[in-house]
Design a protein around this ligand. Structure first.
Ligand code: CDP
Length: 213
């Protein structure tokens, strides 16, 4: 069994992939990269500069000059506005190309890493040791994200949350550049009926089975 371990965790919005990826990273003592933060930061950078999310060149320039340190401490990146902006600029091939190398370098560091996103198992780390595609019904995912955001005081209605999630899934799965799709060799984990403990346990078993191969 190799001590080099790359775990790719992909899936749609609010499927639980971020929490599962963070727990797997702690379990295996590996660094974790939430790649959605990169796209969220690029989207906000365009907006903060007064630009338009329809401006592909501006988004690509923002991606090329992105400052990566400190992203996980920036609470603004977890807002619905940032998620929507991320999904709008994530379809631009130039943005994805600008963010490719740093993600691949992160994946290939000594010992390996855990990365979560939409295209980790397909584009960033097609050679990952273990690939998981985490999903849940749109209603379940909207409920989870709504509880998360309202608990910290964000004002958003449940119906709006559900509509946002469905729209973002369609955009992410329908784009030409690195669309959200389950890799052929990824294991599907549907967490609709699972709490986080059960989901983490199932994910750990999938990783163990992959490592044993
Ligand atoms: O946490 P949540 O699933 O809501 O979103 P996220 O993982 O932070 O990703 C936000 C958006 O960034 C997604 O809707 C995608 O459009 C984009 N994204 C991507 O295209 N590729 C990735 N590897 C990660 C995120």
């Amino acid at each position: 069994m190799s001590s080099f371990l790359i775990i790719a965790v992909d899936g749609p919005a609010a499927s639980g992939k971020g929490t599962i990826a963070a727990r797997l990273a702690a379990e295996y003592g590996l660094p974790h990269l939430d790649t959605g933060l990169l796209y969220r930061a690029v989207g906000l950078k365009v907006l903060d500069a007064g630009g338009s999310l329809d401006d592909e060149a501006a988004a690509e320039a923002a991606a090329r000059s992105l400052e990566v340190s400190g992203l996980s401490e920036n609470a603004r990146l977890t807002t619905g506005e940032a998620g929507e902006a991320a999904s709008r600029i994530a379809g631009y091939p130039g943005v994805r190309a600008a963010l490719l190398q740093l993600q691949q370098d992160f994946a290939r560091q000594t010992g390996g890493a855990v990365l979560d996103g939409r295209d980790i198992g397909t584009v960033i780390a097609p050679d990952a040791t273990a690939k998981l595609f985490i999903t849940a019904t749109p209603h379940t995912r909207a409920t989870r994200r709504w509880k998360q955001l309202t608990a910290r005081g964000d004002a958003i209605g449940f119906d709006e949350m559900l509509a946002d999630i469905v729209k973002r899934d369609e955009r992410d799965a329908g784009r030409g550049a690195a669309p959200m799709v389950q890799a052929g060799d990824a294991v599907l984990l549907d967490t609709t009926e699972m709490d986080i403990e059960a989901a983490f346990d199932a994910a750990r078993r999938i990783v163990e089975a992959a490592r044993a191969r």
